[in-house]
Write a protein that binds this ligand. Structure first.
Ligand code: MG
Length: 348
């Protein structure tokens, strides 16, 4: 038993904070094409820097702790409100994108924390019922609807009533993860690539789980290039990008792997995303979204208070779009049921 000793965390006694040490380490280690945390263009509202975490680590944590992130758990990836426990949801899709993006970033000596923050935030604005819900809202609204723009709106305005005040680089990556506009950072490019790699591969897996696709139906010539198994195919795509992109100012794939990936994606569109078996289900989802949209356009005061306030500030259509886009599959179905399905009385 020794004398009573008080230990202080190193960062409390040192003149240099842990964050500053991390920033220094980034400068020594990252590629010249990476974004160092200390060089961020910053936030809309200035904040006292964190003594422990870099700006991008802090953004990642702000996204992880927000309500929109938790709602991804009950939003569709491809299979609507799945009963089975092994299907992807928006949340598990997001985690897979984050894994692929971090591997790409780490291998290319880019800023892994920035890539992770963008990946965790990229789909926050996704509608219920996946791309089917997105198409419905796009048709219903005057300005159109795209989930990447809505993800940006979530982090800039909606979350917590004032947005998350994220750094410029994270917001740029979130907005440009799926469009024709290229993100301005290579970490953003990692997420755009990771998003495709993740969904092409896990949607094959889920489609086989659902019995929509059988192993032997997968195009053999593409399997020959990309690999026979789920793991091999992901590995081929990631390794190819790393090999082709080292020391380059943009990410790229080799011609054969790019072409095989594009053809596999086209195959999925034909066999899974746009196939006839989805049509009935999509029409039902569209009916739910249209009904809710029309109802709240007529009765905006029936929305929760935060959306009524948005209606006053930004107009009814904007508020209804925000309310519908934030719904999970099950919340949308429950709301539809509450509004339009008569309650049955129990049999006594
Ligand atoms: Mg995505």
């Amino acid at each position: 038993m020794g004398e009573h000793v008080v230990y202080y965390p190193a960062w409390e006694v040192s003149a240099v904070t842990i964050r500053e040490e991390l920033e220094e380490r980034e400068r020594g280690y990252l590629s010249p094409f990476a974004v160092c945390s200390a060089d961020s263009r910053g936030r809309e509202k200035p904040m006292e820097p964190c003594p422990l975490r870099t700006a991008f680590q802090r953004d990642r944590d702000r996204i992880l702790h927000c309500k929109s992130f938790r709602r991804l758990k009950f939003k569709t990836q491809v299979f609507i409100a799945p009963e089975g426990d092994h299907y992807r949801t928006r949340l598990t899709h997001t985690l897979e994108v984050s894994q692929v993006a971090r591997t790409l970033a780490r291998s290319l000596k880019l800023n892994e924390d920035l890539a992770e923050a963008i990946a965790l935030g990229h789909d926050l604005g996704h509608t219920p019922f996946g791309h089917s819900g997105e198409r419905s809202l796009n048709r219903l609204t005057n300005g159109g609807f795209r989930h990447n723009e809505q993800s940006l709106r979530v982090v800039e305005v909606l979350e917590g009533g004032e947005g998350l005040n994220l750094t410029w680089e994270v917001r740029d990556g979130i907005l440009k993860h799926s469009g024709k506009d290229k993100p301005l950072t290579l970490e953003g490019e990692c997420v755009a690539r990771a998003d495709r790699i993740a969904y092409i591969n896990h949607d094959i897996d889920d489609a086989m789980r659902a019995g929509v696709l059988r192993e032997f139906e997968l195009p053999q010539d593409l399997l020959h290039i990309l690999g026979e198994t789920h793991g091999q195919r992901i590995n081929t795509m990631i390794s190819d990008i790393v090999r082709e992109s080292q020391g380059k100012p943009h990410l790229k794939m080799s011609e054969p792997v790019q072409q095989a990936s594009d053809e596999m994606r086209a195959f999925l569109f034909e066999k899974v995303y746009l196939d006839a078996w989805r049509k009935d289900e999509e029409e039902r989802c569209d009916h739910v979204i249209v009904s809710l949209f029309e109802y709240y356009m007529e009765h905006p005061h029936k929305m929760p208070l935060e959306y009524v306030q948005i209606a006053f500030r930004d107009g009814t259509e904007r508020a209804v779009t925000d309310y519908l886009a934030c719904m999970t599959d099950r919340y949308a179905l429950r709301t539809y049921q509450d509004l339009f399905v008569p309650t049955s009385f129990p049999v006594l």
